[in-house]
Ligand binder design. Structure first.
Ligand code: ADP
Length: 380
C-alpha cells in the first residue's frame, strides 16, 4: 500500500477440523500451495500462514516482522462503530461486549486479533466492521415495532451486514459515474451465498435488508430471509422444535437449499433449464424478493443514479440480473440484453440509452476494502 499491489492471497478454511483446507496463492510469480490437513486452532493456522509467506520458494517477504499493519474483518460492532478503528484495548472490549449479538462470529474475530497480536508484535491492528456502513440508517428504518424498553435493553434493532462490501460498491459506483460520493444515490445488491441489499442516498446508507442478524431480508443460499415471525412460534408449539433446531432450519436448511436442494445458483439454473419445477420456482422466489426490495428502496431513496449488482451471483449471472430487472421499465429501469450478457465478470453498465437509472456490474473486493480502510486509519 498505497499502490494496492497484491503480493499473495489465501484462505484457511474449516479451522478446528481434521480436513481443514490451506489455500495460498503467490500473485507475484503464480506459485500456489494447497493442502488438506488438520488445523487445530487459529494460532496453528496463522503460524502456517507465516511459514508460507516467509518460505524461500513461494513466500513474498523475508520475515513476518516486515508486516506493519493487519486489517481484521469484524462482523459485529454493535452501535459503537461507524468507521474502521485501530484495535485498542477499549475497542476490543466493546467488540467483546457485543458478542451476544454475534455469538458465531465475534469470538472467532477476537481470537484472530489475539493470535496476530502475539505472532506479529510489530504490527498495528485495525478492525473493519461489517455493521459500520449501516450506522447511518435513520431510527424509523432501524427500529422494530416491538416494545421500546425491550428493544433498547437488549440491543434489538436493525444492524445490517455486508457493510464493507456495500460501502466499497457505493464508492466504486461514484468513481464509475465520475460523481462525488456525497451526490451519488444507488441500490447495491450483494448477491453471493449470503445476499443483502442497501439503499444509499447521497453516499449514506439509509436502509438495508439484513436486520438484527444476517438471516433477514432476501432469499439466500441456505437462509430463508424474511418470514412471518409467527412461523417460529408455530414450529415451537406445533412441532416442538427447539430454538437450536429452528436456528439450524432457518440458517442452514432454508433459502435455495430448502426450496430445491442446492445453494449453487449455476446448478439451479441448469436444473430449471432442464425443466425442474422446484428449481424454476426457487429462481422465481429469489428474484421476486429482490424486485420487491428494489421497489421499496426506490420509494425511499428518491432519484437514483444506479442499481448495482455485485458478488458471485450478481457479478456472474446475466440471467438473474435480467430476471430481477424485467418489468421495471415503468420505473425508468430498462436493461440492454446484449450488454447484460457482456457485463458478467467485468466492470460495466448495461442499461438502454434512455433508462433513467444506470444498471451496473461492479466486482466487490472485501479484502481490498479492508486493506484500504486499514491503511487510511493507520495514517490518520
Ligand atoms: P460468498 O457469499 O460465499 O462469498 P460468492 O460471492 O462467492 O459467495 O457467491 C457464491 C455464489 O455465486 C454461488 O451460489 C454460485 O453458484 C454463484 N455463482 C458464481 N458464478 C455464477 C454464475 N456464472 N452464474 C450463477 N451463479 C454463479
Amino acid at each position: 500500500m498505497p499502490e494496492e499491489k497484491l503480493l499473495c492471497k489465501g484462505l484457511v478454511d474449516r479451522i478446528g477440523e481434521e480436513d481443514a483446507l490451506i489455500d495460498y496463492q503467490n500473485k507475484q510469480d503464480q506459485k500456489n500451495f494447497k493442502e488438506v490437513a488438520e488445523i487445530k486452532d487459529h494460532e496453528f493456522a496463522l503460524k502456517k500462514v507465516i511459514q508460507l509467506i516467509e518460505d524461500e520458494e513461494i513466500g513474498v517477504i523475508h520475515n513476518a516482522n516486515e508486516i506493519e499493519l493487519i486489517g481484521h474483518r469484524i462482523v459485529h460492532g454493535g452501535t459503537y462503530f461507524s468507521n474502521p478503528r485501530l484495535l485498542s484495548d477499549e475497542v476490543l472490549s466493546k467488540i467483546e461486549e457485543v458478542t451476544p449479538l454475534a455469538p458465531l462470529h465475534n469470538p472467532h474475530n477476537l481470537k484472530g486479533v489475539q493470535v496476530t497480536q502475539t505472532l506479529f508484535p510489530n504490527a498495528r491492528q485495525v478492525g473493519v466492521f461489517d455493521t459500520a456502513f449501516h450506522q447511518s440508517i435513520p431510527e424509523k428504518a432501524y427500529r422494530y415495532a416491538i416494545p421500546k424498553d425491550l428493544a433498547d435493553d437488549n440491543g434489538i434493532r436493525v444492524y445490517g451486514f455486508h457493510g464493507t462490501s456495500h460501502r466499497y460498491i457505493a464508492n466504486q459506483t461514484a468513481e464509475f459515474l465520475d460523481k462525488p460520493i456525497q451526490e451519488t444515490s444507488l441500490i447495491s445488491l450483494h448477491l453471493g451465498n449470503g445476499c443483502s441489499m442497501a439503499a444509499v442516498k447521497n453516499g449514506q446508507c439509509i436502509d438495508t435488508s439484513m436486520g438484527f442478524s444476517p438471516l433477514d431480508g432476501l432469499v439466500m443460499g441456505s437462509r430463508s430471509g424474511d418470514i412471518d415471525p409467527a412461523i417460529v412460534v408455530f414450529l415451537q408449539d406445533k412441532l416442538k422444535m427447539t430454538s437450536a433446531e429452528i436456528d439450524q432450519l432457518l440458517n442452514k436448511k432454508s433459502g435455495l437449499i430448502g426450496l430445491c436442494g442446492t445453494n449453487d445458483l449455476r446448478e439451479i439454473i441448469s436444473m430449471a433449464e432442464g425443466g425442474d419445477s422446484n428449481a424454476e420456482l426457487a429462481l422465481d422466489i429469489y428474484c421476486y424478493r429482490i424486485q420487491k426490495y428494489i421497489g421499496a428502496y426506490l420509494a425511499v431513496t428518491g432519484p437514483l443514479d444506479a442499481i448495482v449488482f455485485t458478488a458471485g451471483v450478481g457479478e456472474n449471472s446475466s440471467l438473474i440480473r435480467a430476471k430481477c430487472l424485467t418489468g421495471l421499465e415503468h420505473l425508468g429501469i430498462s436493461f440492454d440484453s446484449d450488454q447484460n450478457e457482456l457485463a458478467s465478470g467485468t466492470k460495466a453498465s448495461f442499461q438502454v440509452k434512455n433508462s433513467k437509472v444506470k444498471l451496473l456490474v461492479l466486482p466487490t473486493d472485501e479484502e481490498l476494502a479492508i486493506a484500504k480502510a486499514s491503511y487510511r486509519v493507520a495514517n490518520e
